[in-house]
Design a protein around this ligand. Structure first.
Ligand code: FE2
Length: 280
């Protein structure tokens, strides 16, 4: 946790900008995609796969209702979005300034030893009051896989994050004990190498024993990370982290992006295929 990474005023400006973007997006032309990291819902969803290079909006599943084969929004749209991204740093000047034109980010990536730091997967996570869904325990290296592993998450609170509104929690030391054993990938035909559409999880070779010996998540010690608007949480690619459902009256907006090492291999299996990788 890096306290006061942004001033409270700067965090507030980004929060206001986030609300403007939520106001401005058009529900009528939206395919009503939900966001989930499970391997069921948006798997196969083109809107999700195409979001690498634009600003796309993903609904909370409980903000939508199915009736007579159609999907209806049952919440005001500003309170119905789970997250939006995944290229805010390319398409919104305020988020660009905090990501790729920010000397404080440059200083951190230098201290972390990046040679060619690249920004990707920028998004605002809304964690809406009352319905903001839980994010199950995961490692970011599963979703942004580089060889060698290099992704670091920059998670900036735009509002105070508390236990009540679903702050992050993590398993200390898990980045040392829990290697990346699987990947979230685009589906390809193994024979023709043709892209099939959709995504799936694949297990990495040689990790069957690793998976068998790892303790289940509930046996790990979990630490909550309550923080103030403007604080930064840095997330190692292999650390287990999660957040609970927001059952409070207060939203928990955060801006998150990732930095990967440009000298590491980033292959076509990764779900996120950006035409532009911004160098920090
Ligand atoms: Fe994460």
């Amino acid at each position: 946790l890096v306290p006061k990474f942004l001033t409270p005023e700067h965090a507030k400006d980004l929060l206001l900008r986030s609300h403007e973007l939520l106001q401005d997006f058009d529900v009528k032309t939206h395919p009503m995609s939900v966001f989930t990291t499970s391997d069921k819902a948006h798997v196969g969803d083109e809107y999700f796969l195409n979001s690498s290079d634009n600003v796309s909006f993903f609904f909370e599943p409980s903000a939508l209702e199915e009736k007579h084969g159609r999907t209806y929004l049952v919440k005001p749209k500003e309170q119905a979005i789970n997250k939006f991204g995944h290229a805010l740093h390319l398409y919104d000047s305020e988020f660009e300034k905090v990501t790729v034109k920010n000397p404080k980010v440059e200083e951190i990536v230098k201290k972390l030893g990046f040679l060619l730091p690249r920004a990707l997967q920028s998004m605002v996570i809304c964690k809406q009051p009352g319905i903001g869904g839980a994010v199950p325990s995961h490692q970011d290296g599963v979703f942004l896989y580089t060889n060698p592993q290099s992704a670091v998450g920059f998670w900036i609170a735009l509002e105070d994050a508390t236990i009540e509104n679903g702050c992050l929690s993590y398993a200390p030391g898990s980045h040392l004990t829990h290697p990346i054993t699987k990947r979230f990938v685009r589906r390809f035909d193994k024979t023709t190498d043709e892209e099939l559409g959709g995504t799936e999880f694949i297990y990495l070779n040689g990790h069957e024993e690793t998976i068998a010996r790892l303790p289940p998540d509930e046996k790990l010690k979990w630490v909550t990370v309550e923080c103030k608007a403007g604080d930064l949480v840095l997330i190692h690619n292999s650390v287990l982290h999660r957040s609970e459902t927001n059952r409070s009256e207060k939203s928990r907006f955060a801006y998150a992006f990732h930095v990967i090492e440009g000298t590491a291999e980033y292959d076509k299996l990764n779900w996120l295929q950006s035409k532009v990788f911004s160098t920090i």
